[in-house]
Design a protein. Structure first.
Length: 447
């Protein structure tokens, strides 16, 4: 059974039990756009306890808000799920995030409390009938994101809607209704009352969409960039290019890099593209013919970590973003680098994303792709066991030689590892001979 078929069956069973039941929200919007919905939501006048009595397998995901998840047939990815919500109207949102109380209501009242007209439509799948109380169909055809009713009130109810409006406009290549855009600009600074996790989730959705650059550009235009990513806001208007012939600002360069990423770029790669030059405003210097940014990649890594922690990203996300930001220029000299310096980076599990970032940055800066092409040839020509071979010796081998444990272990093991990657040392015996030679050169003794 497909998701659509199960969602239709849920409506059918509710209606056979005497309740009103309709598809609601995003699934209606998506099917009108000719897109396959990611999931299906059902709105009904049945109360949560009545839904739970009607369906055997349910999860009470938000009974106080009238939401019950109905589980359907199992698939390789788990059971099909449809969220069934009771028609409701909301009271005041004193925290700017959640209604203080909800009142179960009618379909019209339920539509009128939703965020945007394109998300406020219902569809009756059995009769294949659209029910539109808020003008969503007309806005969908016109390509407009418009808040339902008074935009200031809609955004005051849930400040995350400020960010969601931008994401929907970018995703569907729509424009913001002027009144809606004006309300976002006037309230943009209030986005900070929303939890970091919810903001991060919206950013993930925005940045993993192929139209990510339109979304990020719109964030800046409506004033949301500075409260969400103040480190990045510093690049707006910051000069980029030669002092005597600037080629726009650093923000514009960043947008071009973001635009040059693959459509399927991960959240970590897109975030790293946004932050790759964020250290430049803090490291800028100037000579007569050019600007300098010594160490900007290291400052950028630190700022990327600050952003990641503020957004409460996972440790894996933070580490990958930091690594990409710090290494975004590392491969520029790859054709001339020692193998010992190049191979560990090529063997990293993020190398493909690093190459995508380097390629996008090079194209945006008008540089050639020699380094990227060289690295891609290396990845084709060098097997994994040559890129990242097992170490020839370990600390146990040094201990067996009678070397006292201490910082010298790391010096010796690192030196041998570099020689191994450079192809100078190929066997364990050669590695041990190198250790003895280094000890003699350093004036160290064993035992």
């Amino acid at each position: 059974m497909t998701d659509r078929a199960f969602a239709t069956d849920v409506v059918r069973r509710l209606r056979e039990a005497g309740f009103e039941a309709l598809w609601a929200g995003g699934c209606v919007r998506d099917q009108l756009l000719g897109r396959e919905p990611d999931d299906y939501d059902v709105a009904t006048d049945a109360r949560p306890e009545q839904v739970q009595q009607l369906f055997k397998r349910t999860i009470a995901v938000g009974v106080s808000f009238g939401v019950v998840e109905v589980l359907g047939p199992r698939t390789p990815d788990g059971p099909i799920k449809v969220q069934v919500a009771t028609f409701r109207s909301d009271s005041e949102y004193s925290d700017g995030r959640h209604p203080d109380a909800v009142t179960f209501s009618t379909a019209r009242e339920d539509a009128e409390r939703r965020d945007f007209t394109i998300n406020g439509m219902f569809f009756e799948p059995l009769a294949e009938r659209l029910i539109d109380y808020v003008g969503g169909e007309a806005d969908l055809k016109a390509g407009i994101v418009r808040a339902i009713g008074d935009p200031v009130q809609r955004f005051a109810e849930d400040k995350l809607r400020l960010l969601r409006a931008v994401r929907f406009a970018a995703r569907f290549a729509f424009t913001l209704n002027p009144g809606t855009a004006a309300a976002i600009k006037s309230m943009a600074d209030e986005i900070t009352v929303v939890s970091a996790e919810r903001i991060a989730d919206e950013l993930r959705k925005l940045l993993t969409n192929p139209r990510r650059v339109e979304g990020v550009r719109l964030l800046e235009q409506v004033g949301l960039l500075k409260p969400i990513l103040p480190e990045l806001a510093a690049t707006v208007g910051f000069p980029h290019g030669r002092p005597d012939a600037p080629t726009g600002d650093l923000w514009g360069h960043t947008l071009v890099v973001l635009e040059r990423l693959p459509d399927a770029a991960s959240f970590e790669l897109a975030m790293a593209a946004l932050l790759h030059d964020v250290g430049k405003p803090r490291t800028v210097g100037r000579t007569p013919d050019r600007y300098t940014y010594h160490g900007h990649e290291h400052v950028g890594k630190r700022l990327a970590g600050t952003v990641s922690e503020r957004l409460r990203l996972s440790t894996a996300e933070r580490k990958r973003i930091e690594w990409l930001v710090e290494r975004h220029q590392y491969l520029a000299d790859a054709p001339r680098m020692r193998h010992a310096s190049l191979k560990p980076v090529l063997a990293h599990d993020g190398i493909r994303e690093l190459l995508d970032l380097h390629r996008a940055d090079a194209v945006a800066s008008g540089r050639d792709l020699e380094a990227v092409e060289f690295c891609e040839r290396c990845l084709r020509d060098w097997p994994p066991e040559e890129l990242d071979p097992p170490p020839l010796i370990t600390g146990e081998d040094l201990k067996a030689l009678g070397i006292r444990q201490g910082p010298i272990y790391k010096r010796l093991l690192d030196a041998v590892r570099e020689a191994q990657l450079d192809g100078v040392v190929k066997t364990k015996q050669q590695a041990l001979d190198m250790v003895r030679r280094l000890l003699a050169e350093w004036g160290e003794s064993t035992g």
